[in-house]
Design a protein around this ligand. Structure first.
Ligand code: PEP
Ligand code: MG
Length: 567
């Protein structure tokens, strides 16, 4: 076979690239999550209960040993976390209680462990503070024990001797946030849409990622070597050296940003960064971003069982504000719900969490948490030099806007705005912006709610596309409300990071674009090539198209400079 024919024969799995970067590495498969063993799962009367009870001890010993070995091989924070979990696994209390449940209640060992762990979680949660935070470690030990007792791989990201490509059916945003970019070269998931929070977190951490790669976790085996192209959205299985070299060359194009976003004729468009946590703020500041257009404050607390104290919040917010002294930082109040529930702020028995008590709606239910957060933001803002703006997520009505703005004012936070993520807010942007100082359009949720397409579903990626003309019309409506009230309207959803779409958004009247810092240079480069009137003309073409594909195609056709810029 010639090299070319061999290349063609190599399996290529296609998904959606959400974080550019080209890497080659061995596959590590993420084990499936451990489900709760059925309640009341008991042994038969003739089973050897003593022997089953001994299995609990053996599993506890195995889990503690595995965790200690993993701790010995790790360093830094990872080592501390693993050591604490190993100590918890070695504590005899949990195993003793589980053993008793096997012997007295005749529960199967995995069910006995589950119930014993639930009891510890309950006690820890009641104790609050430090203990409540440890409740998640107990759940981790429980899952490892159940896995050992049922002959399944231990849950969580497996250990591996060299950096690897993590392949998962799906990953929670909190699991993605815990990944170490030094160990995880890339992420490939079957599920997760391009605007899912998993994709957003991977991007923020700079881990190349391909989502919606249907069938990837079934097609790939541990140790398969793969070439992941996080821009093209492809995964080549056992790539040739030529394929690796070509992909690396493609990814080496480097642009920089001079710190001022504008069109060719000088129309200003602020180019801002989306920031998830204090760690990401330094990288965003170093990229030259003009400020932060979306600080997702909830990302600081994804793993917490208990609400952070005001002091903890002040410390986290100050770290971000400090990086952007003299520049604008738009902090969003806690946005909990759907795929990124905060344990302390989520109603977990809802049938449709994406349509439930989420975003600002949680603040109406737990007003004291909003008060504490606004207090923390005000303290952090007073202590640092950043120009702090505050906004609320998932606002649907004029009344909610009025209430939020009033609460912000009570804390001395005068630049209070809203996110436009729900069609009702886009359509009512006039009266909403008569109350709010600014609006920031969250195109990820606005697309989800306009198209009735779950942003987590890779299979609905065609509908979950901000190029959908219906979504663009709602952006246009929001900007019209902004113009009527003389208020700025920005975009902070993933749409802002697509250079061609950014041109359309500017043409629709958006005055700032906030995105992952990595995307700023490309967006800036294209805007520099287009006059604002041209942006407006292209925006009209997109809004009048009848499909997302037509909108995208017609705008691209009218931008010949794209080829020159390699976009
Ligand atoms: C959005 O919905 O577009 C947005 C920016 O918020 P998030 O992605 O965090 O839901
Ligand atoms: Mg949103």
């Amino acid at each position: 076979m010639t090299g070319g024919t061999e290349d063609e024969a190599r399996q290529v799995i296609t998904g959606i690239g959400v974080c550019p970067g080209t890497v080659v590495g061995p596959v590590v498969l993420m084990p499936e999550a451990i489900d709760e063993p059925a309640p009341g799962l008991r042994m038969g009367p003739r089973e050897d209960h003593e022997a089953q009870a001994r299995r609990v001890d053996a599993a506890a010993e195995q889990v503690a040993g595995d965790l200690q070995r993993a701790a010995d091989a790790a360093d830094g924070d990872a080592r501390d976390v693993l050591e604490a979990t190993a100590a918890m696994a070695a504590d005899p209390t949990l195993a003793a209680d589980a053993r008793r449940r096997v012997l007295d209640e005749h529960l199967v060992p995995e069910r006995a462990v589950w119930e014993a762990a639930e009891e510890v979680v309950r006690q820890f949660t009641e104790l609050g503070g430090y203990f409540a935070e440890r409740a998640r470690d107990v759940a981790d030990v429980r899952d490892r024990l159940v896995a050992a007792l049922t002959d399944r791989p231990a849950p969580g990201v497996p250990e591996h001797t060299e950096p690897f490509v993590l392949v998962a059916y799906d990953l929670a945003p909190s699991a993605t946030a815990a990944l170490d970019p030094a160990r995880v070269l890339a992420i490939v998931t079957d599920g997760a849409g391009p605007t899912s929070h998993t994709a957003i977190v991977a991007n923020a951490k700079g881990i190349p990622a391909v989502v919606a790669a249907t069938g990837a976790s079934a097609a790939l085996a541990p140790e398969d070597v793969v070439l992941v192209d996080g821009a093209a959205g492809t995964v080549v299985v056992h790539p040739s050296p030529e394929q690796v070299a070509a992909a690396r060359a493609r990814s080496q194009r480097v642009r920089t940003f001079d710190g001022t976003g504008r069109t060719r004729d000088g129309h200003r468009v602020q180019l801002l960064a989306n920031v998830g946590d204090p760690a990401g703020a330094a990288a965003a500041a170093a990229s030259g971003a003009e400020g932060v257009g979306l600080f997702r404050s909830e990302f600081c607390f994804l793993d917490r069982e208990q609400p952070p104290t005001v002091a903890e919040q002040v410390a986290a917010y100050r770290t971000v504000f400090r990086e952007f002294g003299g520049r604008k930082v738009v902090i969003r109040t806690l946005d909990s719900g759907a795929d990124k529930p905060l344990h302390f702020l989520t109603v977990d028995d809802e049938e449709n969490p994406a349509l439930g008590v989420r975003g600002l709606r949680t603040a109406a239910r737990w007003p004291e948490l909003l008060e504490q957060q606004l207090d923390a933001i005000a303290q952090a803002a007073a202590a640092e030099e950043a120009e702090v703006w505050v906004m609320a997520p998932m606002v649907s009505t004029v009344g909610e806007t009025e209430w939020f703005v009033e609460r912000c004012r009570a804390h001395g936070l005068d630049v209070a705005g809203v996110m436009v993520e729900v069609p009702s807010a886009a359509l009512l942007s006039g009266p909403i912006l008569a109350r709010a100082a600014f609006a920031s359009i969250g195109t990820n949720d606005l697309t989800q709610y306009t198209m009735a397409a779950d942003r987590l579903l890779g299979s609905l990626a065609e509908l979950s596309d901000p190029w959908q003309p219906a979504v663009l019309r709602l952006v246009e409506a929001t900007c019209a409300g902004g113009a009527q009230q003389g208020r700025p309207v920005g975009v902070c959803g993933e749409a802002a990071s697509q250079p061609v779409l950014a041109v359309v958004l500017v043409g629709l009247g958006v005055s700032s674009l906030s995105m992952t810092a990595r995307a700023i240079p490309d967006v800036a480069a294209l805007l520099r090539e287009v006059d604002v009137d041209e942006c407006r003309r292209l925006a009209r073409l997109a809004v009048e198209a009848e499909s997302a594909a037509e909108a995208r195609a017609v705008v691209r056709e009218n931008l010949p400079v794209l080829a020159e810029l390699g976009l």
